[in-house]
Design a protein. Structure first.
Length: 154
């Protein structure tokens, strides 16, 4: 669900202020700096956030998050969470887990993918929660692999 509010009266233009992105996981701060643009997949579709974006709160789905800073593309893998865009062009991402592309261990992600696929094939689930948890693990592993391979080719 995306919650939108009107732009604040007298808000400045994007030329006056950059976006400030603070991206946190339970373990650490992944990113904390001014950026030009953020593109991320929400449960309602992909969005791009520019300075002076209208405030919103949205759930994130596992996938790619792209940050552009001074023309440089900074891709990251995110495994879900929430994003909040505040009226003063501050953006906070609270992620279940996130990694910069250079931090992704493709071999470890492949092992996690294979393990999740094996459990899904062989196990009879006692609860829907157990099945959903394994599906989520598989989705996270596949996202990490896809994103790492996409950007490491370049």
């Amino acid at each position: 669900m995306v919650i939108l509010r009107r732009r604040a009266e007298g808000s400045r233009t994007h030329k006056d202020m950059p976006l400030h992105l603070k991206m946190l996981t339970p373990e650490r701060t992944i990113y904390d700096a001014d950026v030009d643009q953020i593109t991320v997949a929400t449960m309602d579709g992909e969005i791009t956030i520019l300075p002076n974006h209208i405030p919103l709160i949205s759930a994130l789905k596992p996938g790619e998050m792209r940050v552009i800073k001074q023309g440089a593309d900074i891709p990251m893998a995110i495994t879900g969470g929430f994003i909040e865009v505040q009226p003063d062009s501050r953006v906070e991402v609270l992620a279940d887990a996130a990694e910069r592309i250079e931090e992704i261990d493709i071999e470890r992600a492949e092992v996690a993918r294979a393990r999740a696929e094996e459990y899904l094939r062989e196990k009879k689930f006692e609860t829907d929660v157990e099945y959903a948890s394994l599906q989520a693990q598989l989705e996270r592993a596949l996202a990490r692999i896809r994103i790492a391979k996409k950007y490491r080719k370049k």
